[in-house]
Design a protein around this ligand. Sequence first.
Ligand code: HAM
Length: 433
Amino acid sequence: MIKAVRGTRDLLPPETGLWNFVEAKVREVMRAYNFQEIRTPIFESTELFARSVGEETDIVSKEMYTWEDRGRAESDKGQSLTLRPENTAGVVRAYIEHKLWDRGLNKLYYIGPQFRRERPQKGRYRQFYQIGAEVIGPSTAGSESPARDAEILEMLATLLDCLGIKGWTLQLNSVGCPADRARFNAALKEALAPVAAQMCEDCQRRAVTNPLRVFDCKVPEDQSIIEKLPRISQFLDEACRKHFEEVQAILKGVGVPFTLNDRLVRGLDYYTRTAFEFTTEGTLGAQNAILGGGRYDGLSEALGGPAAPGIGFAIGEDRLVMSLAESAPVVAQKPDVYIAPLGAGMNVEAAKLARQLRSEDLIVELGDETFRLKKSFDAAAKLGARFVLIVGENEVKAGTFALKNQETGEQVSLTREELIAYLKKILKKADNH
Ligand code: HAM
C-alpha cells in the first residue's frame, strides 16, 4: 500500500470543517484590521532563504527540501530551488519585485503550506500550514512605528480570543538592531569560549559562526550553560530600548497581557527589535509555540531592495486547530434533506427538486432511483439527514411530496412551494435552539 510520506498527513472531514472555520474567522479579523491576501509560490530560489532566514539557522542548514532544477533546454541554466520553509522571505521578495512601496504601507496576509524536514512528532510536521501576516513599507509610511508592532500583537490576542483559544501567553522580547547584536555576539563569543567544549556539536559550531543561535539549542545538558549567558536586553541602544518601551506601553494601554522573555531570540536571522511568540499550556506538549514573529527592519535591503521596515507573524495552523479540537469536539456536517427518488425516471425529478432546495441554501443529498425505499432511508440515517423527501411517480403526478422528519417520525405531504416554506421554517427554528 502506498501511504502518505512521513511527516505529511491527510486532513479529512469532519476535521476540515474546523480548518475552514478557523480560516473564515482569520479572514474576518484580517479584514477588520485592513489586511489583504497575498499568495506567493510554494517554491522559490534557494538563495532567497539562505539570504533571509540565514545560512546558520536550523531551517536553512538542515531542514529545507532543496533540489537542482535542470533547465529543459541546453541553453536553460539550471538553478537550485527550495520548497518554502516559511513565507516572510517570499513576501519581501514580492514586495521588492513588484515595487510595492508605491502603495505606501502594505498589510498582507497569507494562508498556506510550508515545508521543513524536521523530526515529525505531535504538532510538528514536514508539511504544515501557516497563517501569517506582514506589515511592510517605507519608513515614511509608518512601517517602523511601535504602533505597528502593538497593532499586530493586539490583533493576535483578539484572534486567539475569538477563536476560543484558552490560556495563551504572549512572550515578548527585543533583539535590538544589528549594532546591538554585534556587541551582544562579541559578548556571547567571549562567554562561550571557555564552555563551548562542554556543549553539543551544533553549539560548538554556533559558538564560532553565529553565537546567537546557541539559544535555539534544545539539548537538555546544554541548558544550564545557556542560562548563564549574557542576554540581548543588556545590549539594546537608546532607540531600540525606547521602541520596545513604546510597544509595551501601547499593549498595556489596550489591555493585552504579555511576559518579557529575554531568552527569546527566534530561530531565524532576519529579526530586529520586537520578537515574540504565543504559547499555550499543556495540549501541544513540547510544541507549545502556536505562533511566532517579529520585526525585520533590514530584510528588504539584505535581499537587494530599498529600506522597508516590517513586522509580521506566522501561526502554526496545525497547532491552532489541534488545540481547538481538544477543547471542542468537531461537529460533522449533516444534510438537511435526503431526497429519495423512487422508480424509473425519478432521478430527473429529484434533481429538479434538489436544485430548487439548494438554491434556498439547504444542504441536500440525493439517492438514486434504483434504490428501494428502505435503502434510501438507511442511507439518510447514516448521513444523519434531518428529513427524507420521497419523489415517486405518484408524487410527481399529484404535485405533492412526502416529507418525513427523521427525528420525530412525523410525515407530511406538501406541494413544491409549501415544501420550501416548511423546511426553511423548521430548520431555522431548529438552528435557534
Ligand atoms: P516560525 O517561528 O519559524 O516563524 O514559525 C511560526 C509557527 O509555525 C511556529 O510557531 C509553529 O506554530 C509553526 N511551525 C513551525 N514549524 C512547524 C512544523 N514543523 N510543524 C508544525 N508547525 C510548525 C516563521 O515562520 C516566520 N516566517 C514568522 C514571521 C512572519 N516572522 C515575521 N513574519
